[in-house]
Design a protein around this ligand. Structure first.
Ligand code: HAS
Length: 557
């Protein structure tokens, strides 16, 4: 790998991991506020909602995006055997860093307490919105550096299948490109002028609809780099081969088509959008679960094949033969535990998507329970494991304290399951999300005290503390690995990728263009009428609010 590219990738991995210290700290504080262990509006000089914003923006936006770009750089340059434009990769990194610093500074100064969804009428400082815009543009540039390399590769390898890892990374960034255009419009044309005081208010329905057009594909942008690891690394780490190459390609192409036209399932409770269009997008949402189910069966078959290679046998007995605690394959449990967690994240997603059941759990603690089994499950564990793998590999260092490194994903899994159990139970009993419960519902001195929420919030708190402990152990491993002396005389670092057991050659999944075309047509079909109605409606512009008060900011003295 080009030395400059190596430096860029290392920066893209290490900077967000350093920020994760704050992201994780504010996660642990959240469960303590919610369980009533902290009964205050702020802790350590940071307000509850400010901390929640830092937690969401750092963990769900900065960490995930910079990891996806770093992984893409590493896989595209390795698999297409070609140098990348250092100018492009450097510009991408520079813009993302500047954007992240601008957004983080505003959050920590208390001028962007708008949560990671930043939807109005919560209002942030213009620098926060500009930072977000620069961050997104930086991530776009990564894709633009890969496209010429890919086109050159296709020309020089006529008739050859594009490596699956590259297909997966391109699918990820095609979805990102489609998803971020509406949110760029929202940020630059609606929120920024409002924040600068050039417009009196914002059309909240339009803004939320543009946000969720982005917000749902965003979750697949988080997930797909990890699917790349599942399809291309996990079978080999397990000691076998990918059961079907076609399944992987079909799954990535299906995500391109189905990731965007279904954001309305986050707006089932929003007024101003006809129920009929919410129903249409419900059907599409249920369809987007299909590529994940395809992935579940393909990976289970791949794991079974690998287990048989390792001497496993029997209808279920083969599960015992997988390398759960192997020192050589310490990365395996990071991916495997993520899969186990995702089974439950996926099932609860289908419950959320079921229009009428959604009304029971919308805006309750159930929702963070669901998404901590998705983004904080497979995605986060994949990022932790693969970052450690890439950082130590690129620096030629050994992974230190391997038993501790092996323990991290299992402790994390126990933590997420405990945390989510508490929040699922609480959610079903009406416990709200994004609420400082310690001040009210978990405060015996408050008239709104809910003693029946004590158990669920405390189960959640125990889970959150276990998760915090797992991250602490991870940092011990990372720092000790960074401090270890570099190895000499080792073979150049490459990412080990799996061969395919069934290496099918199916023409329909070899070209992105038809899939992107169908995706665009489907987006127009699913969004044209609701968007037209929202734009035509003359909603009163909303004044700015802060999340801690029901009174518009202008009326707060
Ligand atoms: Fe979701 C809300 C529906 C997937 C993240 N979701 C959220 C939010 C986030 C999020 C962050 O329809 C909150 C946003 C906010 O702040 O308001 N979600 C779905 C559906 C899926 C889904 C249908 N979500 C994800 C993924 C996420 C994510 C992935 C992050 C990465 N979600 C919703 C809905 C809402 C929502 C509504 C709005 C709710 C509301 O009211 O606000 C599907 O894509 C899920 C399909 C997945 C599967 C599982 C496949 C299983 C696999 C594992 C196989 C395991 C093996 C190993 C082989 C069908 C691949 C087994 C081994 C053993 C030993 C057991």
């Amino acid at each position: 790998m080009q030395p400059s590219l190596r430096a860029i990738i290392l920066t893209e991995l290490l900077v967000p991991l350093a920020l994760l210290v704050f992201g994780a700290y504010h996660g642990v504080l959240q469960v303590l506020y919610r369980a009533g262990a902290i009964r205050a509006t702020s802790f350590g000089g940071i307000d509850y909602y400010q901390g929640l914003t830092a937690h969401g923006v750092i963990n769900a936006i900065v960490l995930t995006t910079m990891f996806a770009v770093a992984l893409g750089h590493a896989l595209v340059s390795q698999e297409l055997e070609s140098p990348l434009s250092i100018f492009g990769a450097g510009l991408s990194l520079g813009l993302m860093l500047i954007g992240a610093v601008m957004a983080a500074a505003m959050i920590f100064l208390g001028k962007a307490t708008v949560l990671y969804t930043f939807y109005p009428p919560l209002k942030a400082h213009p620098i926060f919105y500009l930072g977000l815009a620069l961050f997104i543009v930086g991530s776009w540039i990564a894709l633009f550096t890969w496209i010429p390399v890919y086109l050159r590769w296709r020309k020089s390898h006529p008739g050859q299948k594009t490596p699956l890892a590259v297909v997966g990374m391109f699918a990820t960034f095609i979805i990102w490109q489609m998803a971020t255009l509406p949110v760029a419009y929202e940020v630059l044309v609606m929120l920024l002028p409002w924040s600068l005081g050039w417009t009196p208010g914002v059309n909240v329905v339009l803004s939320r609809t543009l946000f969720w057009f982005f917000g749902h594909p965003l979750v697949y942008f988080w997930l797909l780099p990890i699917y790349v690891l599942y399809y291309t690394m996990l079978p080999r780490l397990a000691g076998g081969k990918l059961f079907s190459d076609f399944a992987g390609r079909l799954s990535f192409m299906a995500f391109i088509v189905l990731s965007c036209p279904l954001g309305l399932h986050h707006q089932f409770a929003d007024p101003g959008i006809p129920a009929s269009w919410k129903a249409v997008q419900t059907v599409l949402t249920l369809m987007v679960a299909i590529p994940s189910m395809l992935t579940a069966f393909t990976l289970a078959a791949s794991l079974e094949h690998a287990a048989h290679q390792r001497g496993g046998s029997g209808l279920f007995g083969w599960w015992k033969a997988l390398p759960y605690f192997s020192h050589e394959n310490w990365l395996f449990p990071y991916l495997f535990c993520g899969l186990v967690i995702f089974l439950f994240g996926g099932i609860t997603g289908i419950i959320n998507a079921s229009y009428n059941m959604n009304s029971v759990i919308h805006n309750t603690a159930w929702i963070p329970a669901h998404f901590h089994l998705t983004v904080a499950g497979p995605v986060f564990l994949g990022i932790l494991g693969m970052s450690l793998f890439l950082i130590t590999g690129l620096l030629n260092k050994p992974v230190a304290a391997i038993p501790t490194a092996l323990a991290v994903p299992y402790i994390w899994m126990i933590g997420t399951f405990t945390f989510s159990t508490g929040l699922f139970i609480g959610g079903l009993r009406g416990e709200p999300r994004r609420t400082n419960l310690g001040l009210t519902y978990l405060n015996p001195a408050s008239p709104s005290y809910r003693p029946d929420w004590w158990i669920s919030t405390h189960i959640g708190a125990i889970g959150g503390v276990i998760m915090g402990f797992a991250i602490l152990l991870y940092f011990v491993v990372l720092i000790r690995s960074l401090l270890a002396p570099a190895r000499v005389n080792v073979a150049p670092f490459t990412i080990p990728l799996s061969e395919a057991y069934h290496d099918e050659n199916v023409a329909s999944v070899r070209n992105f263009t038809p899939w992107v075309t169908v995706a665009v047509v489907l987006c127009v079909a699913a969004y044209y009428v609701p968007m037209r109605d929202i734009i035509r409606s003359k909603y009163q512009p909303a004044p700015a609010y802060s999340p801690g008060s029901a009174v518009p900011l202008a009326n707060v003295r």
